[in-house]
Design a binder for this molecule. Structure first.
Ligand SMILES: Nc1ncnc2c1ncn2[C@@H]1O[C@H](COP(=O)(O)OP(=O)(O)OP(=O)(O)O)[C@@H](O)[C@H]1O
Ligand SMILES: [Mg+2]
Length: 402
């Protein structure tokens, strides 16, 4: 294990000068004053912890021991991960929540069979990822996985795609077209967004699945096909059946095995793992990490776009990151504001504008229990501006009551 370096620095200029050398080192900055005032600040400079002066050997020793243990654990974790990697059949599906474990167990059971699988889940929960894992772990893995987005194609186009057509079957059918039921033979046919399929197409698909054969448009000759069906939808298909919008017999054809992927807001324990996963995937030669405060914001958010939204957010943060640490200020406003517990109380009437601003800032500060970094992020100003304003208001203890 590489040695733990300790840098003892007592001026912020010194910190900046040494930044270049610090990237791989475990650093402890000591500072009596200046811009580095909290552990989060120190983390921005790549430091493990912050020790205020005067400090004693015991305190430093304790920090070193914690740092050493943390590094040891990380190293052991990496080794374990590498060992598991060889046996983990679905390394691309990240998560440890009971919900995702149930999904993984079902994939395990369903993959080796020929049964149809219906995957249900909100947008961005990983339905396609699960469909691909099912195919990859199936005896059909050597044949192609064919994806059809039933929501993206108009009725007749979808039928032409699925069943193909003979030459001259209709105006514009200049050549024979093989349907996907034909080309996917021996493989898996992934019918995505089946909730969007029209009643007419539903009948034709049902017939093909029941008989194991279909006819090209413009032909009476039945063609045998051996496809394994995996279907997905972000609708509640049972509800669609109840409302008469989806055929019950087709629903049962699809839903021999049902896999429901829970939304991200119901498996918050997966968020930090996913953040780590996406940060790693985005490394452009730099190691990115996130402060606890920023991660807490992500944990509090509801993620209506689920994992896709989380992945896109992290991707954007990684591209825009200035240093190697992602702090609360870099998070999108919508996410930071989401965790806002309440709004500052209504303003008294007839106040001059500067007084409105002063009151609002002080009340927001109170709301966030004096957390200047969060307040600055919520108000869309930088921390320095906030400090300047507080100084102007004569607030020496900024967490004081407004
Ligand atoms: N458990 C997971 N671990 C890692 N990445 C995931 C996980 N689930 C989803 N993703 C990623 O999130 C993104 C969205 O996943 P996917 O396209 O499979 O979702 P979907 O349910 O099909 O979405 P939509 O309903 O919008 O079609 C993809 O980039 C996928 O790789
Ligand atoms: Mg999808």
């Amino acid at each position: 294990m590489e040695p733990i370096k300790v840098l003892v620095i007592n001026s912020d200029n010194g910190v900046r000068a040494l930044l270049g050398q610090m990237l791989t080192a475990l650093v402890i900055i000591t500072t009596a004053r200046g811009a580095v005032t909290s552990t989060d600040d120190a983390a921005r400079y790549g430091a493990f912890d912050l020790v205020s002066e005067p400090f004693n050997g015991k305190e430093l020793g304790q920090i070193l021991r914690t740092a050493y243990k943390q590094r040891l654990r990380r190293r052991q974790g990496q080794k374990l991960q590498a060992a598991l990697g060889a046996h983990d059949p679905f390394p691309e599906i990240v998560g440890k929540s009971p919900g995702i474990k149930r999904v993984l167990a079902l994939i395990h059971k369903a993959a080796p069979t020929n049964s149809s699988v219906l995957i249900q889940g909100e947008s961005g929960t990983g339905k396609e990822l699960v469909a691909r894992a099912l195919h990859r772990m199936s005896p059909r893995a050597q044949s192609p996985l064919t994806v059809v987005d039933c929501g993206a194609l108009q009725d007749t186009l979808l039928e032409t795609e699925l069943f193909g057509h003979e030459r001259g079957a209709f105006t514009g059918a200049h050549a024979l077209k093989h349907g996907l039921f034909e080309t996917a033979d021996n493989g898996t046919l992934f019918l995505d967004e089946i909730g969007e399929m029209s009643p007419a197409t539903q009948v034709k698909v049902l017939r093909a699945l029941q008989s194991g054969e279909f006819r090209r448009i413009g032909s009476n000759r039945p063609i045998k096909t051996d496809v394994r069906i995996v279907a997905a939808t972000n609708k509640d298909l049972r509800e669609e059946v109840k409302r008469g919008r989806f055929r019950e017999d087709l629903y049962y054809r699809f839903a021999v095995i049902e896999i429901s992927i829970p939304p991200l807001r119901e498996r918050k324990e997966d968020i930090s793992l996913l953040v780590e996963h996406f940060l790693r995937a985005n490394e452009n030669g730099q190691r990115l990490r996130m402060t606890k405060e920023a991660l807490n914001c992500l944990l509090a958010y509801a993620w209506p776009g689920n994992i896709r939204e989380l992945r896109n957010t992290i991707e954007r943060l990684a591209v825009l990151a200035d240093g190697e640490v992602i702090t609360i200020e870099s998070l999108p406003r919508g996410i930071v504001n989401f965790s806002q517990p309440e709004t500052p109380a209504e303003m008294p009437r007839d106040l001059p504008l500067y007084e409105v601003e002063r009151l609002y800032i002080l009340r927001t500060l109170k709301l966030y229990r004096g957390n200047k970094r969060k307040v600055a992020a919520v108000l869309g100003i930088d921390t320095k501006t906030l400090y300047n304003k507080l100084r102007r208001y004569g607030v020496f203890n900024p967490s004081a009551k407004a």
